[in-house]
Write a protein that binds this ligand. Sequence first.
Ligand code: PMP
Length: 420
Amino acid sequence: GSIFSTLPETPLDEPFAVNGAYKQDCNAQKVNLGIGVYRTSEGAAWPLRVVEETEKQIYETGDVNRHEYLAIQGDQEFLTLASGLVFGFGEDKDSEPSMTEQQRQRVVSIQTVSGTGANRLGAELLARNVRPGCVWIPDPTWANHYTIWDLAGVPKKGYPYYDATYKTFDFEGTFRTLSTSAKANDVVILHACAHNPTGADPTQEQWKMLAQLCKEKGIIPFFDLAYQGFASGDAKKDAWAIRYFFQELHEVEFCVAQSFSKNFGLYGQRVGALHVALSSTATNDTASKLHANLCHLVRGEYSMAPRGGAEIVKTVLGNEHLRNKWQEDLTTMSQRIQLMRNALFNELIKLGTPGDWKHVINQASCFIGMFTYIGLTENQVHAMTERHHIYLLKSGRISISGLNEKNVRYVAMAIDDVIR
Ligand code: PMP
């Protein structure tokens, strides 16, 4: 016997399980559209060129302190640059330095174990101190949101995110649900851009109405920002919603879970930050207490976030030459993904596959980023894998970046086959 013999069953993590099944498949034509990682046109992993250059540079400086402990909050210079990227501090060259400084002081930032760790730390902070009645989670969402808020012990409710008929963000459903049922101090999870898994985002007008709703009802927005710059190729554009909430709603306090996994290709390095935007009337004392509380939570969990990846991000964001190179790499990634969206659409049209495929490329309004809901049933997804060795999530989410010139026609033919 064992004290662990009565442990409960835990659910498999679907993206990692699908990835594992793909790896075990020996078929030469297999295609991995499961996990959300960037792949080149050869289907290979891609360390960003700017990251390779920066790694060499860091290594060559031979800083003897490079393996020392960070502070509990993480690397302050990294945090200043990371929050600048989210909120745009100092980007507007005409704005008064004192204004920028005032704005900066409204944000408390802590380095985290990537985006997941930021989501987790934010959930823990709110669960312990704000005690929300519930957290409103978009249906569907990144499945880890359920686990994270479960572990934090906050009751979960869903809001209808996706309109399957029109293949768009379900603004009416979302607005109706939150305005009739959400209470003050409830949390609402919002994907800041490139919604995972659907690829459908609110328009700017819809964001404005959601912001107003949060303000009127006292709902606490919690932005998950996992694809800044990666989605559109433009970091500023991808942060639009967050910057709008920050600049236009001075009373609404909110969290941002920032990840550098995708936009720097630093998946295994675990680079991220949690930013808490305070109301403009919060005192400095509140800001320092908040900072201390976050540090306390981090200290008890793992003392501090890891150092190596944050060093790379800090070096790039703090240097104009490297930052420009980063921009080039973002463009490379986002353009290849867009190209593959178009290629898949064209192949489906050529095949005359039954259905309306415009949503795959309809990026102007809604479909953006790494993923799209291709619109297959669970049985059809099963057939994609069984008959064609193509791996995707059972919701029909595909990771566009698994497509390339060599396999896109094969994938389109498989979709055509399972639909007919
Ligand atoms: N949020 C969303 C919506 C994501 O898609 C991801 C990555 N799959 C994350 C957070 C966090 O990823 P990481 O922990 O690697 O930053």
